[in-house]
Design a protein around this ligand. Structure first.
Ligand code: ZN
Ligand code: MN
Length: 257
């Protein structure tokens, strides 16, 4: 029984939180996608759920069940679809799922929803689902939805500490220092430090090609080395990102006591 998790509340408790105190509902969104030999397939879903819970603690929110499948992995951001285990939705399916869930939450009285995305490829399909749900409920409904990718909240100061030799950019951070460090904090039992590969960073051309070319992607599935990942970096990033997202939520939404 966890008072932050929607799936652990009774309908009576949920109704009270939504109707009486206008609780914020957070929806974590991830993927089932290879993350190298050292991280689990559910990494994006696990991290978005953990970040959403940390934010919920700070804004007295409720965390809805995670979207555990995401849009198709792209070679240049997630390694691509050729890895066993990378199991994805068509864009239309993801948009429709988001549309249905947002509309359902709104129908029951939720007015403040935060979509916490942890899988890069999801973003426009989540946006489409939110947009269609807003159209469904009509312009006069009090529903407001915030959508975010948690990594956009990292401060320069924290990135400077995590990447003392310079931040290489998010494009190659798949299964690398950020995700591995944050997993060491939230789910240490699921990280295999001994299996971190030491591949050179991937070097992609500035275009995509279809069908995808698996040979563009390092065989390990890791787009740049995770060797510099540490628990301390994970704690630093997790705390800062939860504080910063909570501040944005407090700025945009009413927080119930
Ligand atoms: Zn990931
Ligand atoms: Mn991903």
């Amino acid at each position: 029984m966890h008072p932050l998790l929607m799936s652990c509340l009774s309908w009576v408790e949920y109704r009270e939180r939504i109707r009486d105190s206008q609780a914020i509902v957070l929806i974590p969104c991830g993927a089932l996608e290879q993350h190298g030999p050292h991280l689990p397939l559910g990494t994006d879903a696990l991290l978005s759920a953990a970040v959403a819970q940390s934010v919920a603690e700070r804004v007295n929110g409720i965390v809805a069940p995670t979207f555990s499948y995401g849009y198709k992995s792209q070679p240049k951001s997630g390694g691509g679809q050729h890895f066993p285990g990378t199991t994805s939705l068509d864009g239309h399916s993801l948009s429709q799922m988001m549309r249905d869930v947002v509309r359902e939450l709104a129908r029951q009285g939720a007015t403040q929803i935060v979509v916490v995305d942890g899988h890069y490829e999801n973003q426009w399909f989540l946006t489409e689902g939110i947009d269609l749900a807003l159209r469904d409920v009509g312009g006069s409904a009090p529903l407001r939805v915030m959508r975010l990718e948690y990594w956009d909240f990292f401060t320069e100061a924290v990135l400077g500490k995590v990447f003392p030799d310079g931040f290489p950019g998010y494009a190659l951070e798949h299964a690398a220092v950020i995700e591995t460090s944050m997993m060491l904090h939230y789910y240490p039992d699921l990280v295999r430090l001994d299996l971190i590969p030491d591949d050179k960073p991937a070097d992609f051309p500035p275009y995509d090609i279809f069908p995808a070319r698996p040979e563009w992607v390092p065989a390990s599935g890791v787009l740049s080395s995770a060797k510099a990942a540490t628990l301390e970096k994970g704690i630093l990033m997790a705390e800062q990102v939860a504080e910063s997202i909570a501040a944005a939520v407090k700025h945009e939404f009413q927080i119930s006591a």
